[in-house]
Design a protein around this ligand. Structure first.
Ligand code: SF4
Ligand code: SF4
Length: 381
């Protein structure tokens, strides 16, 4: 890595832009049901649970779809709360393993229903598990509540400790929302103390009308401050180290959103689409499984075609931006809800990524910074 770099010389790092990728990740929404009632949840709630007929059909399409050797297949379980459909999760893992096709598994969970039986399964089958937490108890319990308004921190902490007992590969994802977004450093410090993890991750807010969005510059500065403090304890924020690693290797960083070609979402209603935030009734954002016989056939239909053509290379505002090699314009769903089109970058993300990139050089050259290759098992949704 250059000893220092800035927004002005990022182009010289030599990253090659790619315009298309194959979907190597399948997001499997096992159920829309959830035992929590977080006000900011972006997934339309409901009771639908994926049945085995739908799950096995989706898995077959995904496994039959050819991938370049350089890409690794991943299935990510999510919901709702996917552990409320643990029977289907187990069946999927066993089915895929039985196929002999190499594929890894990841799970995004609220952590409240983890018990020893589930943890033993996740450990044995190497399911990387990301637990969403909003910060220490007093922050978490303001945002992540049960339907009766009670906070869920106690059960989440218990779930994380069980995962740790069983040596499940896990990470904690700090879900950023209005109740913690101005205290990222404090939140991460406290999570580290409570759970003694070696890697933390974060997820940025999804835009919803009437709910406070985020100030990109402020959040980037908070995250960088948190990372400087965490570095002294050898702890990394997964997304920041992934960004630096891409620079070191001269590769395009993982896209913020795989919905533009890197992933496919399958929902319990038997539909495929690029993003889990759309309601199953918003037909223009879904392809009915019954209408296709291969995944390629689905990818040749809208909305996949439209989403795959979203690129910073064609966004007027991005064309001359020095950050273009490290940015994909942010979340298309946010752009759609804010501007009515996916073909505009999300302003808040734009400010966020520019601020991060301006300051990554300082982070990368900090004496405490070592590239955490062996710890890069955290995932982002
Ligand atoms: S979204 Fe912003 S930071 Fe990203 S490429 Fe476009 S102008 Fe640059
Ligand atoms: S558009 Fe992409 S980044 Fe945004 S919520 Fe949907 S899947 Fe996530």
């Amino acid at each position: 890595m250059p000893s220092s770099f800035s927004l002005g010389n990022v182009r010289s790092v030599g990253i090659t832009l790619t315009e298309s990728v194959s979907p190597s990740t399948l997001f499997l929404m096992l159920t829309r049901r959830c035992n929590l009632d977080c006000s900011y949840c972006c997934v339309p709630a409901g009771h639908a649970k994926m049945n085995w007929k739908t799950a096995s059909r989706v898995i077959d399409l995904f496994l039959e779809h050819p991938l370049p050797e350089s890409q690794k297949r991943v299935i990510r379980f999510f919901g709702g709360e996917p552990l409320l459909a643990f029977d289907i999760l187990q069946k999927v893992v066993e089915y895929v393993e039985g196929s002999g096709i190499k594929c890894s598994f990841a799970l995004v969970t609220n952590g409240t229903t983890i018990d020893h039986e589930k943890a033993a399964f996740l450990a044995k089958r190497k399911v990387h598990t990301a637990v969403s937490v909003d910060g220490p108890r007093y922050m978490h319990d303001r945002g992540r509540t049960y339907k009766n308004g009670k906070g869920s921190f106690r059960e989440v902490a218990n779930g994380i400790h069980i995962l740790q007992k069983h040596n499940v590969m896990h990470c904690i994802t700090l879900t950023l929302q209005k109740h913690n977004i101005h205290q990222i450093s404090v939140a991460m410090d406290k999570l580290l103390k409570d759970f003694k993890v070696t890697s933390l991750s974060y997820s940025l807010p999804i835009y919803q009308e009437g709910i406070q969005y985020y100030d990109g510059e402020e959040v980037a500065k908070e995250l960088l401050e948190a990372q400087f403090r965490l570095l002294q304890k050898g702890v990394f924020i997964a997304e920041l180290s992934a960004l630096i690693l891409s620079l070191v290797r001269g590769k395009t960083p993982p896209p913020y959103c795989g919905g533009t070609g890197g992933h496919v979402v399958a929902i319990p209603e038997g539909k495929l689409g690029p993003c889990y935030c759309f309601s199953p009734d918003e037909d223009v954002y879904w392809v009915d499984l019954r209408r296709v016989s291969t995944l390629s056939e689905a990818l040749q239909k809208n909305p996949f075609i439209e989403w795959a053509s979203r690129s910073v290379l064609t966004m007027a505002r991005c064309k001359n931006c020095p950050a273009i090699q490290l940015c994909d314009g942010g979340c298309p769903f946010n752009s759609l809800r804010k501007y009515g089109t996916i073909y505009k970058p999300d302003d808040n993300y734009c400010a966020f990524i520019k601020t991060l990139i301006r300051n990554l050089g300082e982070l990368g050259t900090s004496p405490n910074f070592q590239i955490p290759i062996h710890r890069r098992y955290c995932i982002r949704v």
